[in-house]
Design a protein around this ligand. Sequence first.
Ligand code: SF4
Ligand code: SF4
Length: 422
Amino acid sequence: MAPDKAAAEALDAPETLTAIRSCVHCGICLPQCPTYRVLGEEMDSPRGRVYLMRAVAEKRLDLTDGFRRHLDLCLGCRACETACPAGVPFGSLLETSRAEIERRGRPLRERVLPALLFAVFPHPGRLRALLSVLRLYHRSGLRRLVRASGVLRGWPRVAAMERLIDNVPTPVSLPEHLPARGRSRGRVALLTGCVQRHLFADVNRDTARLLALAGWDVVVPRDQGCCGALDLHAGRPDVLRARARALAAAFPSDVDWVVTNAAGCGSAMREYGHWTRDEAVGRLAGRTRDVTELLVDAELPLAPLPLTVAYHDACHLAHGQKVRAAPRALLAKIPGLTLVPLVDSELCCGSAGVYNILEPDMAERLLEHKIRRIIESGARTVVTGNPGCLLQIASGCRRRGLDVELVHPVTLLARAVRWEGR
Ligand code: SF4
Ligand code: SF4
């Protein structure tokens, strides 16, 4: 087996220390940090967190409860990376810190819920079973009873989970191969994602159809598993490596691109090389692209869609993958569509993987801010390229009685395409 970069997983490893010490304490990142904006605490800012990491790495501080708390409150949104003039790689430093915390162990009370979430979310079969139960909960009237009783008031994390998913859609099946329409530009493979394949299967279907219409032969590997993004953010790089190897084995090696339509998955996959030197995994990482990057230059037959739309930048698309222009350019192609500015479009909505379940209070405060900006924008449709953001913002709009639809960019594009005879 190829050697892995295990050394990078210790805070006192030379390359990690160099990265930590590259922070020049300028504070430019502070106004961009969601948790600093809410709490105004230095230790809940990127600069404060890097300071804490440095103190641990230089053995001046132990992994105290306080250290864990400041790191747990971080969303991993990486807005600080975008802002930082010194190029501090905050995302990988956070993941290294979390790996260190997990290695040294947490008290039982901090382990139970994450263990339950990780026993389900990255496993498509278990997630499907859980969602079937949830569908029954929605349709049987039990949800109405539970909400009316107020029983969840004492369980904020369970309540956060309960209100996130309002509807479990009927499954949509995807063929293993969709041939290119017209002359083929090449071959791509689609990652279907864990949450995406169950809750946004229509986004996967539209992604595959649009890519085929744009001239790509699309393959959808049947036995693909989870990309490992959630494990990485929870400080489990060993699990990430195992999942990355399995994914590389499941995907054909001769495709031009591996396409993702979930920002968190794409970001983790493009950065696999930081965590492993496995060659097959490295090739997979190098070929990974967001769907909007592949569709942006396609000639598509589009009909007018008279909508007022705001675009929310999913953190792991904007800050992680640096993809900002392609989704906007794609929306601008749709005739009749008006794209209005969204203030703080790059500020995290509070979703951040399973953060909104583990830290519901901070997640709600950030969601409130996002909803206010959406109302100010005047948009009735909000577009974003990540399932977590779609669920989080839709849940906030629903609970406030707002008539705002949340959609993935490919959903709008697929609605605008003239499919007749194609
Ligand atoms: S990752 Fe996001 S929440 Fe964490 S320190 Fe950076 S800007 Fe703040
Ligand atoms: S912007 Fe970069 S260098 Fe400046 S304080 Fe923040 S992390 Fe440190």
